[in-house]
Design a protein around this ligand. Sequence first.
Ligand SMILES: NC(=O)C1=CN([C@@H]2O[C@H](COP(=O)(O)OP(=O)(O)OC[C@H]3O[C@@H](n4cnc5c(N)ncnc54)[C@H](O)[C@@H]3O)[C@@H](O)[C@H]2O)C=CC1
Ligand SMILES: O=C(O)[C@@H]1CCC=N1
Length: 272
Amino acid sequence: MTQKKLCFIGAGNMTRSITSGLVKSGYDAALIHATNPSAAKLDVLKAELGIKVSHDNFAAATQADVIILAVKPQLMQQVCEALSAIDLSGKLLITIAAGVTINRYQEYFRQPIKLIRTMPNTPTQIGYGMTGLYAQAGVCDADKLLCEQLMKSGGEVVWVEQEDDLNQVIALAGSSPAYFFLMMEAMIDVAKQDGMDEHIARQLVQQAALGAAAMVKQNPQLSAAQLRENVTSKGGTTAQAIAAFEQADLRGIVKTAMSDCVARAQEMAKQF
Ligand SMILES: NC(=O)C1=CN([C@@H]2O[C@H](COP(=O)(O)OP(=O)(O)OC[C@H]3O[C@@H](n4cnc5c(N)ncnc54)[C@H](O)[C@@H]3O)[C@@H](O)[C@H]2O)C=CC1
Ligand SMILES: O=C(O)[C@@H]1CCC=N1
Protein backbone atom coordinates (compact mmCIF):
# COMPACT_ATOMS: atom_id res chain seq x y z
CA MET A 1 0.00 0.00 0.00
CA THR A 2 1.19 3.55 -0.71
CA GLN A 3 2.10 4.99 2.67
CA LYS A 4 1.09 8.62 3.05
CA LYS A 5 1.17 10.93 6.06
CA LEU A 6 -2.14 10.47 7.88
CA CYS A 7 -3.68 12.79 10.42
CA PHE A 8 -6.65 11.68 12.54
CA ILE A 9 -8.54 14.62 14.02
CA GLY A 10 -10.10 13.22 17.20
CA ALA A 11 -8.59 10.26 19.02
CA GLY A 12 -11.65 8.43 20.29
CA ASN A 13 -13.02 4.91 19.84
CA MET A 14 -12.97 4.89 16.05
CA THR A 15 -9.55 6.43 15.62
CA ARG A 16 -8.26 3.81 18.02
CA SER A 17 -9.98 1.07 16.00
CA ILE A 18 -8.70 2.29 12.62
CA THR A 19 -5.14 3.13 13.70
CA SER A 20 -4.86 -0.26 15.47
CA GLY A 21 -5.89 -1.98 12.24
CA LEU A 22 -3.41 0.06 10.23
CA VAL A 23 -0.45 -0.55 12.53
CA LYS A 24 -1.28 -4.27 12.88
CA SER A 25 -1.33 -4.56 9.10
CA GLY A 26 2.15 -3.00 8.82
CA TYR A 27 1.43 0.71 8.21
CA ASP A 28 4.39 2.77 9.40
CA ALA A 29 3.33 4.19 12.80
CA ALA A 30 5.65 7.18 12.26
CA LEU A 31 3.38 8.30 9.41
CA ILE A 32 0.25 8.29 11.58
CA HIS A 33 -0.62 11.34 13.69
CA ALA A 34 -3.67 11.65 15.96
CA THR A 35 -4.91 14.78 17.72
CA ASN A 36 -7.22 15.25 20.68
CA PRO A 37 -7.85 18.04 23.20
CA SER A 38 -7.13 15.84 26.23
CA ALA A 39 -3.99 13.80 26.85
CA ALA A 40 -5.32 10.50 28.23
CA LYS A 41 -6.44 8.91 24.94
CA LEU A 42 -3.36 10.19 23.12
CA ASP A 43 -1.07 8.66 25.74
CA VAL A 44 -2.72 5.26 25.22
CA LEU A 45 -2.38 5.48 21.42
CA LYS A 46 1.23 6.52 21.68
CA ALA A 47 2.08 3.77 24.16
CA GLU A 48 0.12 1.00 22.40
CA LEU A 49 0.76 1.82 18.75
CA GLY A 50 3.75 4.17 18.70
CA ILE A 51 1.94 6.74 16.54
CA LYS A 52 2.56 10.50 16.75
CA VAL A 53 0.13 12.46 18.90
CA SER A 54 -0.56 16.12 19.67
CA HIS A 55 -3.23 18.61 20.69
CA ASP A 56 -2.76 20.85 17.66
CA ASN A 57 -5.24 20.01 14.88
CA PHE A 58 -4.02 22.78 12.61
CA ALA A 59 -0.31 21.89 12.71
CA ALA A 60 -0.98 18.16 12.35
CA ALA A 61 -3.41 18.62 9.45
CA THR A 62 -1.05 21.04 7.69
CA GLN A 63 1.67 18.38 7.57
CA ALA A 64 -0.60 15.52 6.45
CA ASP A 65 -1.37 14.11 3.00
CA VAL A 66 -4.63 12.60 4.24
CA ILE A 67 -6.80 14.13 6.96
CA ILE A 68 -9.25 11.77 8.64
CA LEU A 69 -12.06 13.65 10.38
CA ALA A 70 -13.01 11.55 13.41
CA VAL A 71 -14.83 13.81 15.85
CA LYS A 72 -18.50 13.59 16.80
CA PRO A 73 -20.88 15.01 14.18
CA GLN A 74 -21.92 17.93 16.40
CA LEU A 75 -18.28 19.10 16.59
CA MET A 76 -17.57 18.74 12.89
CA GLN A 77 -18.45 22.31 11.87
CA GLN A 78 -16.22 23.89 14.51
CA VAL A 79 -13.33 21.50 13.74
CA CYS A 80 -13.54 21.92 9.94
CA GLU A 81 -13.90 25.69 10.07
CA ALA A 82 -10.76 25.88 12.22
CA LEU A 83 -8.89 23.92 9.52
CA SER A 84 -10.28 25.90 6.60
CA ALA A 85 -7.28 28.27 6.45
CA ILE A 86 -5.07 25.33 5.38
CA ASP A 87 -4.52 24.94 1.62
CA LEU A 88 -6.31 21.62 1.09
CA SER A 89 -5.76 21.39 -2.66
CA GLY A 90 -3.20 18.57 -2.44
CA LYS A 91 -4.82 16.72 0.44
CA LEU A 92 -7.41 13.96 0.60
CA LEU A 93 -10.09 14.36 3.27
CA ILE A 94 -11.76 11.28 4.71
CA THR A 95 -14.61 11.55 7.18
CA ILE A 96 -15.99 8.80 9.35
CA ALA A 97 -18.81 10.84 10.89
CA ALA A 98 -22.40 9.67 10.71
CA GLY A 99 -24.93 12.01 9.15
CA VAL A 100 -22.72 14.92 8.01
CA THR A 101 -23.16 15.40 4.27
CA ILE A 102 -20.59 16.32 1.63
CA ASN A 103 -22.43 19.61 1.06
CA ARG A 104 -21.88 20.51 4.70
CA TYR A 105 -18.14 19.84 4.51
CA GLN A 106 -17.96 22.04 1.42
CA GLU A 107 -19.60 24.85 3.39
CA TYR A 108 -17.36 24.34 6.41
CA PHE A 109 -14.05 24.31 4.49
CA ARG A 110 -14.94 27.23 2.19
CA GLN A 111 -12.63 25.95 -0.60
CA PRO A 112 -12.71 23.08 -3.12
CA ILE A 113 -12.08 19.80 -1.32
CA LYS A 114 -11.52 16.14 -2.23
CA LEU A 115 -13.64 14.18 0.23
CA ILE A 116 -14.55 10.55 0.80
CA ARG A 117 -17.28 9.76 3.31
CA THR A 118 -16.83 6.46 5.10
CA MET A 119 -18.86 4.52 7.62
CA PRO A 120 -16.69 2.02 9.50
CA ASN A 121 -17.49 0.08 12.66
CA THR A 122 -15.61 -0.80 15.84
CA PRO A 123 -14.63 -4.38 14.82
CA THR A 124 -12.16 -2.61 12.51
CA GLN A 125 -9.92 -2.66 15.57
CA ILE A 126 -9.46 -6.44 15.28
CA GLY A 127 -9.57 -6.85 11.51
CA TYR A 128 -13.26 -7.79 11.36
CA GLY A 129 -14.47 -4.33 10.38
CA MET A 130 -16.95 -3.39 7.70
CA THR A 131 -16.72 0.04 6.07
CA GLY A 132 -19.04 1.67 3.57
CA LEU A 133 -17.43 4.24 1.26
CA TYR A 134 -18.80 7.06 -0.87
CA ALA A 135 -16.57 9.41 -2.85
CA GLN A 136 -17.54 12.94 -3.74
CA ALA A 137 -17.72 13.50 -7.51
CA GLY A 138 -14.28 14.36 -8.88
CA VAL A 139 -12.21 12.31 -6.42
CA CYS A 140 -9.65 10.48 -8.55
CA ASP A 141 -9.22 6.70 -8.71
CA ALA A 142 -5.83 6.88 -6.95
CA ASP A 143 -7.41 8.63 -3.95
CA LYS A 144 -10.30 6.16 -3.92
CA LEU A 145 -7.83 3.28 -3.97
CA LEU A 146 -5.81 4.84 -1.16
CA CYS A 147 -8.91 5.26 1.02
CA GLU A 148 -10.04 1.72 0.23
CA GLN A 149 -6.63 0.33 1.18
CA LEU A 150 -6.57 2.29 4.44
CA MET A 151 -10.00 1.03 5.48
CA LYS A 152 -9.29 -2.52 4.27
CA SER A 153 -6.51 -2.78 6.84
CA GLY A 154 -9.35 -3.15 9.36
CA GLY A 155 -11.58 -5.53 7.41
CA GLU A 156 -13.89 -5.39 4.40
CA VAL A 157 -15.15 -2.41 2.39
CA VAL A 158 -18.07 -1.71 0.07
CA TRP A 159 -18.54 1.31 -2.17
CA VAL A 160 -22.08 2.66 -2.32
CA GLU A 161 -23.63 4.38 -5.34
CA GLN A 162 -25.44 7.23 -3.60
CA GLU A 163 -24.45 9.30 -0.61
CA ASP A 164 -27.80 8.48 1.04
CA ASP A 165 -26.93 4.77 0.89
CA LEU A 166 -24.45 5.44 3.70
CA ASN A 167 -27.44 5.72 6.05
CA GLN A 168 -28.29 2.09 5.26
CA VAL A 169 -24.65 1.19 5.89
CA ILE A 170 -24.99 2.79 9.33
CA ALA A 171 -28.08 0.73 10.12
CA LEU A 172 -26.60 -2.52 8.78
CA ALA A 173 -22.95 -2.28 9.82
CA GLY A 174 -21.88 0.97 11.56
CA SER A 175 -24.37 0.74 14.43
CA SER A 176 -25.20 -2.95 14.20
CA PRO A 177 -22.33 -4.32 16.31
CA ALA A 178 -24.24 -2.68 19.18
CA TYR A 179 -27.39 -4.65 18.31
CA PHE A 180 -25.45 -7.90 18.48
CA PHE A 181 -23.73 -6.83 21.71
CA LEU A 182 -27.18 -6.09 23.17
CA MET A 183 -28.38 -9.57 22.24
CA MET A 184 -25.31 -11.17 23.83
CA GLU A 185 -25.60 -8.92 26.88
CA ALA A 186 -29.24 -9.97 27.36
CA MET A 187 -28.40 -13.67 26.99
CA ILE A 188 -25.54 -13.46 29.50
CA ASP A 189 -27.79 -11.58 31.94
CA VAL A 190 -30.43 -14.30 31.75
CA ALA A 191 -27.83 -17.00 32.39
CA LYS A 192 -26.49 -15.02 35.37
CA GLN A 193 -30.01 -14.63 36.78
CA ASP A 194 -30.38 -18.40 36.42
CA GLY A 195 -27.25 -18.83 38.55
CA MET A 196 -24.66 -19.58 35.88
CA ASP A 197 -21.10 -18.32 36.20
CA GLU A 198 -20.78 -15.14 34.11
CA HIS A 199 -17.51 -16.15 32.47
CA ILE A 200 -18.86 -19.50 31.37
CA ALA A 201 -22.06 -17.86 30.09
CA ARG A 202 -19.99 -15.36 28.11
CA GLN A 203 -17.79 -18.09 26.67
CA LEU A 204 -20.86 -20.02 25.52
CA VAL A 205 -22.58 -16.99 24.02
CA GLN A 206 -19.55 -15.46 22.31
CA GLN A 207 -18.56 -18.72 20.65
CA ALA A 208 -22.13 -19.36 19.48
CA ALA A 209 -22.30 -15.82 18.02
CA LEU A 210 -18.92 -16.18 16.33
CA GLY A 211 -19.90 -19.60 14.96
CA ALA A 212 -23.23 -18.29 13.66
CA ALA A 213 -21.57 -15.33 11.89
CA ALA A 214 -18.90 -17.61 10.42
CA MET A 215 -21.56 -20.04 9.15
CA VAL A 216 -23.39 -17.22 7.36
CA LYS A 217 -20.13 -16.01 5.85
CA GLN A 218 -18.85 -19.41 4.81
CA ASN A 219 -22.13 -20.61 3.29
CA PRO A 220 -23.14 -17.90 0.80
CA GLN A 221 -25.41 -20.41 -0.93
CA LEU A 222 -27.55 -20.76 2.22
CA SER A 223 -29.86 -18.02 3.44
CA ALA A 224 -29.82 -16.99 7.08
CA ALA A 225 -33.36 -18.40 7.24
CA GLN A 226 -32.12 -21.81 6.02
CA LEU A 227 -29.30 -21.83 8.56
CA ARG A 228 -31.84 -21.02 11.28
CA GLU A 229 -34.09 -23.83 10.10
CA ASN A 230 -31.15 -26.27 10.20
CA VAL A 231 -30.87 -25.62 13.95
CA THR A 232 -34.59 -25.88 14.56
CA SER A 233 -35.81 -29.44 15.14
CA LYS A 234 -39.56 -29.87 14.85
CA GLY A 235 -41.06 -29.90 18.34
CA GLY A 236 -37.64 -29.25 19.87
CA THR A 237 -36.04 -26.62 22.04
CA THR A 238 -35.04 -24.10 19.37
CA ALA A 239 -38.58 -24.06 17.97
CA GLN A 240 -39.83 -22.92 21.38
CA ALA A 241 -37.24 -20.15 21.58
CA ILE A 242 -37.88 -18.95 18.01
CA ALA A 243 -41.63 -18.97 18.63
CA ALA A 244 -41.08 -16.70 21.63
CA PHE A 245 -39.04 -14.28 19.46
CA GLU A 246 -41.67 -14.31 16.70
CA GLN A 247 -44.51 -13.84 19.18
CA ALA A 248 -42.73 -10.83 20.65
CA ASP A 249 -42.40 -9.53 17.05
CA LEU A 250 -38.61 -9.53 16.91
CA ARG A 251 -38.78 -8.80 13.17
CA GLY A 252 -40.98 -5.77 13.82
CA ILE A 253 -38.59 -4.59 16.53
CA VAL A 254 -35.63 -4.94 14.15
CA LYS A 255 -37.53 -3.02 11.47
CA THR A 256 -38.34 -0.18 13.84
CA ALA A 257 -34.79 -0.08 15.21
CA MET A 258 -33.23 0.08 11.74
CA SER A 259 -35.62 2.69 10.41
CA ASP A 260 -35.11 4.80 13.55
CA CYS A 261 -31.35 4.49 12.98
CA VAL A 262 -31.67 5.71 9.38
CA ALA A 263 -34.10 8.46 10.42
CA ARG A 264 -31.60 9.71 13.00
CA ALA A 265 -28.85 9.83 10.36
CA GLN A 266 -31.20 11.84 8.09
CA GLU A 267 -32.06 14.18 10.95
CA MET A 268 -28.35 14.66 11.74
CA ALA A 269 -27.76 15.56 8.10
CA LYS A 270 -30.12 18.53 8.61
CA GLN A 271 -28.78 19.34 12.08
CA PHE A 272 -25.00 19.29 11.55
N1 LIG B 1 -18.20 4.51 17.56
C1 LIG B 1 -18.59 3.89 16.44
O1 LIG B 1 -18.92 2.69 16.45
C2 LIG B 1 -18.60 4.62 15.15
C3 LIG B 1 -18.45 6.00 15.09
N2 LIG B 1 -18.46 6.64 13.89
C4 LIG B 1 -18.25 8.09 13.82
O2 LIG B 1 -16.94 8.33 14.26
C5 LIG B 1 -16.85 9.61 14.85
C6 LIG B 1 -16.14 9.48 16.15
O3 LIG B 1 -16.86 8.59 16.98
P1 LIG B 1 -16.17 7.92 18.24
O4 LIG B 1 -14.76 7.61 17.95
O5 LIG B 1 -17.08 6.85 18.69
O6 LIG B 1 -16.26 9.15 19.26
P2 LIG B 1 -15.34 9.48 20.51
O7 LIG B 1 -16.08 10.45 21.34
O8 LIG B 1 -14.83 8.23 21.13
O9 LIG B 1 -14.11 10.23 19.80
C7 LIG B 1 -14.11 11.55 19.40
C8 LIG B 1 -12.86 12.20 19.93
O10 LIG B 1 -12.77 13.51 19.42
C9 LIG B 1 -12.18 14.31 20.43
N3 LIG B 1 -12.39 15.72 20.16
C10 LIG B 1 -13.37 16.53 20.63
N4 LIG B 1 -13.19 17.78 20.17
C11 LIG B 1 -12.08 17.75 19.40
C12 LIG B 1 -11.38 18.73 18.66
N5 LIG B 1 -11.79 20.01 18.60
N6 LIG B 1 -10.27 18.36 18.01
C13 LIG B 1 -9.83 17.08 18.05
N7 LIG B 1 -10.46 16.11 18.73
C14 LIG B 1 -11.56 16.45 19.39
C15 LIG B 1 -12.82 13.81 21.71
O11 LIG B 1 -12.07 14.20 22.85
C16 LIG B 1 -12.85 12.32 21.46
O12 LIG B 1 -11.69 11.70 21.97
C17 LIG B 1 -18.27 10.13 14.99
O13 LIG B 1 -18.47 11.14 14.05
C18 LIG B 1 -19.15 8.93 14.70
O14 LIG B 1 -20.33 9.30 13.99
C19 LIG B 1 -18.57 5.96 12.71
C20 LIG B 1 -18.71 4.62 12.71
C21 LIG B 1 -18.78 3.82 13.92
O1 LIG C 1 -23.95 5.92 17.12
C1 LIG C 1 -23.42 6.62 16.26
O2 LIG C 1 -23.93 7.69 15.91
C2 LIG C 1 -22.16 6.14 15.58
C3 LIG C 1 -22.33 5.96 14.11
C4 LIG C 1 -22.32 4.47 13.87
C5 LIG C 1 -21.93 3.92 15.16
N1 LIG C 1 -21.80 4.84 16.06
